[in-house]
Design a protein around this ligand. Structure first.
Ligand code: HEM
Ligand code: HEM
Length: 194
């Protein structure tokens, strides 16, 4: 849905940048964790690894909640119209990228949640050390947990690839097309058309 506004709401901008920061941080944390949990890691590294996994899971589940909130606000409020100079292919690509991001923002944490819920190891998730986040009501299965882990990794890397395309598009709008697409997603920036 396209909204009547010419810019994103403060809520949409805040959620965009908060989720972007958390996602990039959690992606980096996920990669870093792998080394600390490897069979070759020292006991001290493993201990640190377990702490980072708890932080990774807490941040990831928070991203899931924020992304669902963002999806709901987007479905209700819509987005400002794309600039008139964009071709139909560019519009299609922009929309496809945005919807693919929503799928990734939900599927990456969801596959992580399935992975830990089905894991025969049965480690609990303590949300930022405050309370135990429930596991999904699914059967414990090494195969399910392993498949979810594979999907988690593949979708997270697909997200990283999509981010490169997304940032390149934002820079093209800013420096080649010289429109206000980037400005309307930035807080406290005067827009070109303003
Ligand atoms: C939403 C943001 C998230 C991102 C971007 C993310 C990303 C990643 C990445 C890149 C890895 C390393 C994969 C590899 O190279 O093997 C990883 C591992 C892992 N993630 Fe996440 N993750 C997220 C959320 C979650 C959530 C919500 C959970 C669980 C509740 C979770 C549980 C795990 C676990 C247990 C591992 C290590 C084990 C494995 O992959 O087999 N993640 N994550
Ligand atoms: C993992 C990080 C990111 C994700 C998941 C993401 C996701 C999205 C999504 C889903 C939209 C569509 C608008 C909405 O529904 O709120 C959007 C818009 C936008 N993003 Fe990102 N984004 C990320 C990082 C970035 C970065 C680093 C930049 C800057 C270079 C950027 C610039 C923009 C701009 C300019 C728009 C507005 C596009 C328009 O008006 O059509 N994003 N982003």
């Amino acid at each position: 849905m396209t909204s009547a506004r010419s810019s994103y709401s403060r809520m949409a901008i805040t959620l965009h940048w908060l989720i972007a920061l958390l996602l990039i941080g959690n992606f980096a944390g996920g990669l870093f964790m792998g080394d600390l949990l490897a069979p070759s890691a020292t006991p001290e590294q493993k201990q640190l690894g377990f702490k980072i996994v708890q932080l990774h899971k807490s941040m990831g589940l928070t991203i899931l909640l924020l992304s669902l909130l963002r999806l709901a606000t987007r479905l209700v409020s819509g987005t400002p119209p794309l600039p008139g100079h964009m071709t139909s292919t560019e519009r299609l690509l922009a929309k496809a990228t945005h919807w693919a991001f929503y799928a990734i923002m939900i599927l990456v944490p969801l596959t992580g949640w399935i992975m830990v819920s089905a894991s025969p190891l049965g480690f609990p998730t303590i949300w930022f050390g405050l309370f135990e986040w429930p596991h999904l009501p699914i059967e414990t299965s090494k195969a399910t947990s392993g498949a979810a882990s594979e999907a988690h990794e593949i979708i997270a890397f697909a997200g990283a690839g999509l981010l490169l395309l997304h940032v390149a598009a934002a820079l093209k709008h800013q420096y080649l097309d010289r429109d206000d697409v980037l400005a309307r997603m930035l807080p406290l920036v005067r827009r070109r058309s303003a």
